[in-house]
Design a protein around this ligand. Structure first.
Ligand SMILES: Nc1nc2c(ncn2[C@@H]2O[C@H](COP(=O)(O)OP(=O)(O)OP(=O)(O)O)[C@@H](O)[C@H]2O)c(=O)[nH]1
Ligand SMILES: [Zn+2]
Length: 361
């Protein structure tokens, strides 16, 4: 039998289970992967597939909150097949993004949870040429807002001969946050990490691609992550398929959440990315007659003109608009958090109450 405490299940979650549920034989479990509508969970009986109890989740039903990776859920175990998920317990922390299927309609776009119930957010930035303090600020804001505790890891310290300076710079923008320079290659600074690598604690990573996340996890796991992380199973046609666990436990008991959604958040580089990739369009918009041009029907719209004469393709314009919408959404979040974290007390309060919403201020 598995003790769910080893998967981070503690009092905050336990207290949410009511006596009726207990009498009905409903037990807690943690979601380890989500693929469309099929879930993989771990409960005291081990790992199993699970599906939603339809009447509890579908339209107009009691629970509109769907399970995400890292969530604690209540299930009715089923030794013959899929366990049945009854509901999602309140989250202690989470990261979200706009639901990509609804992105084109910003007004009705919903939040999609990409990771839940983590203790630490490892914000990673590599100490090479693209070290960017503004980007770190945004990651910090997002991390505080998530309800997890941020820890900044400056990676590839072996490639930087003044990493102490960089650590100092980061500490200036984040006085309450632990900042560590590490190298997965040489092992530099790795022992300082031990403070955060406690059994039953859950980590997520925030940072762009190539910063050395896999190398770090492999160094922590002391074996190839792939080996730790792979799930082999037979699909309905009897074929062997390979999927990846999105929440997994290292031998030392540390839990790690790694989802495609988290990776996407790491790439969500608000102003910097936008200006760089779409500088031609930004230039065009500056040429519109009205500075607040919506580029729809205004006279003297440079965008409209460029679209008509073909110097700007509709596709490119559409993707710019899409990105702009997203960045407005995340900038709003980041802004709010910046104001909040000016006053550290507020940030702490927020940290313990992730349900405070940036749009409800
Ligand atoms: N010099 C040096 N190189 C490193 C270090 N850690 C990782 N690298 C190199 O950086 C590159 C990217 O490392 P990964 O661990 O794959 O980075 P990642 O963040 O997992 O990248 P994605 O899988 O694309 O998200 C590889 O070539 C690594 O060998 C380090 O501490 N020092
Ligand atoms: Zn215009």
């Amino acid at each position: 039998m598995i003790n769910l405490k080893e998967y981070g299940f503690y009092d905050y979650f336990e207290k949410q289970i009511n006596s009726e549920e207990k009498e009905e034989g409903i037990i807690p479990a943690r979601v380890v992967s989500v693929q469309k509508e099929s879930y993989k969970i771990v409960s005291e009986y081990g790992e199993n597939n699970a599906k939603l109890k339809g009447s509890n989740f579908y339209q107009d039903s009691k629970y509109q909150i769907y399970p995400a990776v890292g969530d604690f859920v209540l299930i009715k175990p089923n030794s013959m097949g899929d366990d049945i998920i009854y509901r999602v317990l309140n989250r202690q922390s989470y990261f979200s993004r706009l639901n990509p299927t609804l992105r084109n309609n910003i007004a009705s776009a919903s939040e999609q949870i990409v990771a839940a119930n983590f203790d630490y957010v490892f914000i990673m930035a590599s100490l090479n040429h693209d070290f960017n303090i503004r980007r770190l600020e945004r990651y910090l804001a997002a991390a505080w807002q998530s309800g997890g505790t941020p820890v900044v890891l400056l990676t590839k310290a072996d490639l930087c001969n003044n990493y102490e300076d960089m650590v100092y710079q980061v500490k200036e923008i984040a006085p309450a946050v632990e900042v560590l320079a590490i190298s997965a290659l040489t092992g530099l600074g790795m022992e300082d990490l031990n403070r955060f690598l406690k059994p039953c604690k859950t980590l997520v990573f925030l940072g762009s691609s190539g910063i050395g996340k896999s190398s770090l996890v492999n160094a922590l796991a002391k074996e190839q992550l792939m080996k730790v992380n792979i799930i082999r199973e037979e699909d309905s046609k009897g074929h062997h398929t390979t999927t990846y666990r999105q929440l997994f436990k290292l031998e030392n008991g540390v839990l790690i959440i790694d989802t495609p959604g988290m990776r996407e958040l790491g790439m969500w580089d608000v102003e910097v990315g936008l200006g760089e990739t779409f500088s031609d369009i930004e230039e065009l918009t500056n040429q519109c007659r009205f500075h607040d041009c919506s580029h729809k029907a205004e006279p003297g719209c440079a965008v409209k003109e460029a679209l008509e004469n073909g110097t700007l393709t509709t596709e490119r314009w559409k993707s710019y608009e899409k990105l702009l919408k997203e960045s407005k959404y995340s900038a709003k979040k980041a802004d709010f958090m910046k104001r909040m974290s000016k006053n550290n007390k507020n940030a702490m309060k927020l940290q313990h109450n992730p349900k405070i919403k940036y749009d409800g201020e």
